[in-house]
Write a protein that binds this ligand. Structure first.
Ligand code: ATP
Ligand code: MG
Length: 486
């Protein structure tokens, strides 16, 4: 459906030429020459956006703007005026007009402003929609866990959500549920009716990030043909979730700190501060303290965010929750795949209990998803788990790549052109050790082959001499191999 745009102006020629342009740009124009006519149109034929002249024969456009909420119109309004009076413009913007343009209207500018305004209002509508869904309990995020660690966490999260704090920091390894907790923090806060705006700081190119977050004025830079609100303004009254905050460039870190202190932002190229009432929930899977020590994260911002720190524990520290999480995900995927899996076999449960879950709950969820695709008995067998010694899953993992999660989850495998499999590795910010990885791979290969050196060497695609050398180099005596064997 084409967006409908109502042109409210007493100049017939202007209405006519604008209407033709709007049609050309793919919109559905409607016209009104007076306030009365406009009011009637807002009722009978509600537009998605309005272009509003200030001087109208039967009243003032600014007055009409003031009435619009009563007409149940909440779409963007762009003021168009021949003779901008500072007072009028100010009032219009305060009343929520999206922007104003001067006559004669520059068509490029008009087109851009309309495009931006519609985009922003669509975004708002989407957010409202998601909120509705959440309120109706459809997509309500549910945090699963009964262990003392999980209970403590959720209790703390609920208290933090209700607090008046405008900055919170979530820390936890990848896959521990930071996204989930951030959404709960919003939904359980007094801001739940405001927007929830998640931003992944590492996904937006650095040169665009500032304008995305803080917006820009018309003419702030070459491409800034119209004013654009930033995500902070869009999140006003609600929560902005700054994921991977460690990736925020230092200059933006100080701007963020100022925003938190002053509760206001300034658009790029702007001269005035705009008050925004936003709560910032920041998250990082890096240890921010280390980042501060390394000079990559501002200490003052760190302390500001640490006023309410939320630590999400890794799954290996609350393994008691594995069974309930497993049941939860099985139910979820039963519904999605139309399957009737009842649970896991005792062997599978024991294996899951002994595994260390480096990718945390996300890895557990993925493991269950994959196993369920593969399993055709009522219960998930151990060999359907990706980390099982004789997993049937290497092939399945390659056949069912999971786009959302693939990059982050250890324990997933890529197939190389030579037919071998390589784990997807991400090196943590704190670094790792090639020697340790080699040692662990050798131990694991020996474990899987019950200490058979030739077969272990074949698993690793190395010669028997090489594996013997590695066993000696890493001091892997028989006793140690036993230790590594859970
Ligand atoms: N306690 C939990 N109960 C139910 N689902 C959970 C729980 N913890 C995590 N999940 C699920 O696990 C998956 C990964 O969680 P999430 O995306 O929140 O992790 P994250 O900490 O943000 O990871 P990353 O640092 O990689 O972004 C999601 O599908 C999430 O819904
Ligand atoms: Mg996340």
């Amino acid at each position: 459906m084409k967006p409908r745009i109502l042109i409210i102006d007493d100049e017939k020629l202007l209405r006519w030429s604008l209407a033709r342009k709007l049609e050309e740009w793919g919109y559905d124009p409607a016209q009104a020459a007076t306030c009365a006519e406009a009011t009637e149109k807002f009722h009978s034929d509600p537009p998605d956006l309005a272009l509003l002249d200030i001087k109208l024969p039967d009243g003032n456009g600014v007055e009409l703007l003031r009435q619009l909420p009563k007409e149940d119109f909440s779409g963007p309004v762009i003021m168009i005026t021949a003779d901008p009076q500072v007072e009028d413009v100010k009032t219009a913007l305060r009343l929520g007009a999206y922007d104003y343009l001067c006559k004669p209207v520059n068509l490029d500018e008009l087109r851009l402003t309309i495009g931006n305004a519609l985009e922003a209002s669509q975004l708002r509508a989407q957010v409202a929609n998601l909120r509705d869904q959440a309120q109706r309990g459809m997509e309500r995020p549910e945090f699963i866990g009964k262990s003392p660690a999980a209970r403590q966490l959720i209790e703390f999260v609920l208290r933090a959500a209700a607090s008046p704090a405008n900055a919170l920091l979530l820390q936890g390894e990848s896959g521990t549920g930071k996204d989930l907790i951030a959404r709960i923090l919003h939904q359980e806060s007094p801001r739940r009716d405001g927007p929830y705006v998640p931003v992944n700081c590492s996904a937006i190119p650095e040169n665009l990030l500032e304008a995305e977050l803080f917006g820009h004025e018309k003419g702030a830079f070459t491409d800034a043909k119209a004013m654009k609100k930033g995500l902070f303004e869009i999140a006003a009254g609600g929560t902005i979730f700054l994921d991977e905050i460690g990736e925020l460039p230092l200059a933006l870190q100080s701007k963020l700190l100022r925003t938190l202190e002053d509760q206001s932002i300034r658009r790029l190229g702007g001269v005035r501060d705009i008050r925004v009432d936003v709560r910032v929930v920041a998250a990082s899977n890096r240890n921010l303290e280390d980042e501060v020590a390394a000079g990559r994260f501002r200490q003052d911002l760190y302390y500001r965010l640490m006023v309410i720190p939320v630590f999400i524990p890794p799954l290996r520290s609350h393994k008691e929750d594995i069974p309930i999480l497993t049941a939860f995900f099985i139910e979820q995927f039963n519904r999605r795949f139309g399957k009737h899996i009842e649970g896991v076999t005792p062997e599978a449960a024991a294996l899951m209990e002994s595994y260390s879950w480096p990718g945390n709950v996300r890895e557990l969820r993925n493991a269950i998803q994959r196993a369920m695709i593969l399993e055709d008995t009522p219960r998930i067998q151990a060999d359907c788990l990706p980390f099982a010694p004789k997993s049937r899953l290497f092939m399945a993992a390659a056949a069912f790549p999971d786009r959302e999660d693939q990059a982050n989850t250890p324990g997933q495998w890529r197939r190389l052109p030579n037919g071998r499999f390589l784990p997807d590795l991400r090196i943590p910010a704190g670094g790792t050790s090639l020697e340790e990885i080699e040692k662990h791979l050798v131990i694991e290969a020996l474990r899987q082959t019950q200490g058979n050196q030739s077969r272990a060497a074949r698993l690793l695609d190395i010669s028997r001499d090489t594996i013997r050398y590695a066993i000696k180099k890493h001091g892997l005596q028989d006793s140690e191999r036993q230790d590594a064997n859970p």
